[in-house]
Design a protein around this ligand. Structure first.
Ligand SMILES: O=c1ccn([C@@H]2O[C@H](COP(=O)(O)OP(=O)(O)O[C@H]3O[C@H](CO)[C@@H](O)[C@H](O)[C@H]3O)[C@@H](O)[C@H]2O)c(=O)[nH]1
Length: 490
């Protein structure tokens, strides 16, 4: 197979958002490292913030290329240059982004036709239900990468099949998630959008689901050892091939600073960040981040800040979207945290080198919103978590972290934020005392804390092994390449 590998051409088209594009670029890297040709397709404004990552990969000599397609943002009612979910000023514009994404079909078809190495398969992101049709016209398979873990995908598949959420009398009434090996109750409003029964999203959600059902297989950024049995259950329940090929962030092997180029341009000097971490005791630092686009109302942000200060431990706090906040909040952060908190706090306004930070031995815990990438990156670095889910499938990930894996403590969030950003007027739902208590439990040196750390460390080791030759994820990539090679010969 070896010599023919360059002629296998994987075309990757991530869904429009950082949390989808970053792991898909990692997937591209993993495939290219195995010798196949890879093209990653993005929109122009979606690709722009990722220029450091793209430049680094372009100079690596790997057979991976990047292509951009035009998205008519203004024509579909989006602000100029707004081509990703994370850059939307409001979630209400999600249908516009989805409409705009349909205009990518024709230029994608043209791009695929003009390739010198004919495409052998498409790997598409979460919301392109038309890609299986495009692939079929070319006689090649189409795989989906939704960005969620196997446990969440299984829960969602079972909800689609048995629809218990439709029988709940209100968004807050708990019901049982069917088809799991344990009893798990959740309420509608703690689930992703497609289960919230919101009329304005029904048509989109139905289209997206139809697309999912038409795919030839599912790629999951996960590792069997972390979600034992769930990928198999998903494959059995959905009748689709499921390939767990992660943690894809572990594709960065060549040193800690190399990892700093993953994602957007950094808002902190990576070496300064490492120096700061190097000056801290092992496992003493809490890393606090809520993903690539979520943000709190000023009242909640400040309450969180007071809670972190009250914990009296060193922390790195990543805050995005601060430009939307009144100047007084920035001033408060500067005075309360950077001056008074002094050397105890490293505040990062914007984008942090998350994977690099999590892999540093000084980090002992991660206060996270349980986005799947963050969850997996933390577990694969052997770092236990304090869970503060906000929306989407994050409550499902929280369940996995707390009750299946036993590597986290709950901050105690009951209700979803509904929107990706809290409205500026909203108050604090989680008090400083609750924050401090969760951090205290997370970082605690007692038996319970030690046991959590031991388990997390064990997952980290298993994850690394899974990505090495002979490991489960490595072999799943092999199987995927072999399947595509066989189809290409047919
Ligand atoms: O300053 C930052 C902020 C984020 N990241 C990276 O960005 C990604 C963030 O992804 P994730 O943790 O999954 O959070 P979200 O950005 O909120 O992700 C959205 O998409 C995910 C994948 O579909 C879902 O699991 C989440 O619920 C959804 O909110 C991760 O790889 C992080 O390492 C950085 O490197 N630096």
């Amino acid at each position: 197979m070896e010599s023919g590998l360059r002629n296998l051409h994987f075309v990757l088209i991530p869904w429009l958002g950082m949390s989808h594009t970053i792991p898909m670029i990692d997937i591209g890297r993993l495939l290219a490292e195995r010798g196949v040709t890879v093209t990653v397709v993005m929109t122009r404004d979606g690709a722009a913030p990722l220029s450091p990552t793209i430049a680094q990969i372009a100079s690596s000599g790997l057979p991976i290329r990047f292509a951009t397609l035009p998205l008519p943002s203004v024509e579909v009612g989006l602000p100029e240059g707004c081509e990703t979910g994370d850059s939307l000023p409001s979630m209400d514009l999600m249908p516009n982004l989805y409409r705009g994404s349909k205009f990518l079909r024709q230029p994608l078809e043209e791009l695929l036709r003009e390739q010198t190495i004919a495409p052998s398969c498409i790997i598409c992101g979460a919301r392109y239900p038309w890609t299986p049709e495009v692939a079929r016209e070319l006689g090649i398979p189409c795989f989906i990468f939704q960005g969620f873990g196997s446990f969440a995908l299984l829960c969602m598949h079972n909800l689609y099949c048995y629809r218990p959420h439709e029988r709940a009398s209100s968004p807050t009434e708990p019901f049982v998630v069917p088809g799991l090996p344990f009893h798990f109750e959740i309420a509608r409003q703690q689930l992703p959008l497609q289960f919230q029964l919101l009329p304005r999203f029904t048509e989109i959600c139905n289209e997206v689901r139809e697309g999912e059902l038409a795919m030839d297989g599912v790629l999951v950024n996960s590792v069997d050892e972390l979600e034992p049995g769930y990928a198999e259950r998903l494959a059995a329940a959905s009748g689709k091939k499921v390939y767990t090929i992660g943690p894809v962030s572990l594709c960065y092997k060549s040193g800690r600073l190399d990892m700093a180029n993953r994602g957007k341009k950094l808002s902190v000097d990576a070496s300064r960040c490492l120096d700061w971490l190097d000056s801290m005791k092992p496992r003493s630092v809490i890393y606090v981040s809520f993903g690539s686009f979520s943000s709190f109302a000023p009242a909640q942000l400040m309450e969180l800040g007071y809670g972190l200060l009250a914990s009296n431990r060193p922390f790195i706090w990543v805050i995005n979207g601060l430009e939307r906040f009144p100047g007084a909040v920035n001033q408060w952060l500067q005075e309360k945290l950077e001056k008074e908190g002094d050397s105890k706090c490293l505040l990062i306004r914007g984008w942090a080198p998350q994977v690099m930070i999590l892999s540093h031995p000084a980090v002992g815990g991660f206060l996270t919103h349980c986005g799947w990438n963050s969850t997996l990156e933390s577990a694969s670095a052997g770092v236990p978590m304090a869970t503060w889910p906000l929306f989407s499938e994050q409550f499902l990930n929280e369940k996995l972290i707390l009750d299946v894996l036993g590597i986290g403590v709950a901050v105690g969030v009951k209700t979803s934020m509904q929107q990706m950003r809290q409205s500026p007027e909203e108050g604090a739902r989680i008090s400083r005392e609750e924050v401090a208590k969760a951090v205290e439990r997370l970082m605690d040196g007692g038996q319970e804390g030690e046991e959590r750390r031991r388990r997390a460390k064990e997952f980290g080791e298993k994850a690394r092994k899974a990505m090495m030759e002979g490991g489960s994820s490595y072999e799943n990539v092999t199987r995927l390449i072999e399947l595509v090679a066989t189809k290409a010969k047919e």
